[in-house]
Ligand binder design. Sequence first.
Ligand SMILES: [Zn+2]
Ligand SMILES: [Zn+2]
Length: 224
Amino acid sequence: MFKSLLNLLYPGRCSVCNNLFFAEDQSFVCRSCIDKISPSEVSYCKSCGSPTENCQKCLKNRKYDYIKVFTSADKELVNIIAMYKLQSVKPLGKEISQKISEDIVEFVKREQVDLITFIPLTKKIYRERGFNHLEFILKNIFPSFLIKNVLLKKKETALQMDLSAEERIKNIKDAFSLNPEVEIEGKNVLIFDDILTTGSTMLEAYKTVKKGKPKKIFGYVICR
Ligand SMILES: [Zn+2]
Ligand SMILES: [Zn+2]
């Protein structure tokens, strides 16, 4: 009550568009910036996520059974995701969940996904943030029996976003191992991540999941 009164007297400034706004449950991003998050009109390559439908490099070398990109990585959306995960603003995670919910639920049903997993954090980052931002989004959308920790982070890596394409490949190589407590053999597994940049994190996750002999491997990313 006191907080909402304060908000009325002192509106916040949106970290994305810099306009003044009256905060509801978070004082970082205004409603109109959040409402710009919507499915992309662009067709992405189903095998690697590139923004082209007839992707030449995937003709010979198919990877994922289907990797789905929800939308393009506009500056605003990347900002919102960064604020959500780096500053642990959970209400922003809820907003993102609502925006992608219909699309990812439809994907999971259509492709008969048996379990959904996500890119794990290093132990150090997990301790600092107190939660995995990807797992939090999934839990807002799916019942918990569908969400499994298939991947474990076995080495401490630097933040991919701070590195060049070449450094990213090296940084993430052999970073994951399979969680022996989760059986994935013969199952349709979906790997969830927020931003696909060079694709090296997703690919490393794919390679690790493949060792568990699943039937199909899918990817779903919020943006690229
Ligand atoms: Zn705004
Ligand atoms: Zn491709």
